[in-house]
Design a protein around this ligand. Structure first.
Ligand SMILES: [Zn+2]
Length: 105
């Protein structure tokens, strides 16, 4: 069996994702709900500050796609409970929903 990562497109409630999202850098992550910093994304299931339960994780853009894959592979081993999302999609959606608010749509 040859197992590879394949990106799957899902329709999600963006507010729900944002509320339960960890945004991960190299070594630690921040809680997207309250912006609390320095969260150990390989261990912590809830935010130590706002107590939100983490269900999603997104990695800040890496220069090298291979690095991104290995980061995802590591998190999948340690945290099979988390759904990996693409931060770019979330940021774009947030930008879009802000623009929609602005223009009253
Ligand atoms: Zn928080």
């Amino acid at each position: 069996m040859h197992r590879l990562f394949v990106r799957i497109w899902n329709e999600l409630d963006i507010d729900e994702v944002k509320k339960h999202l960890l945004k991960a850098g190299e070594l630690s992550a921040n809680c997207e709900n309250c912006q609390h910093l320095g969260i150990d994304f390989s261990m912590q299931k809830t935010c130590p500050n706002c107590k939100t339960e983490f269900k999603f994780i997104g990695f800040r853009k890496k220069s090298n796609p291979a690095e991104m894959i290995s980061a995802i592979r590591r998190i999948k081993e340690k945290r099979p409970d988390l759904t990996v999302v693409d931060c770019e999609d979330i940021d774009r959606a947030m930008g879009k929903s802000k623009a929609q608010e602005l223009f009253g749509r």
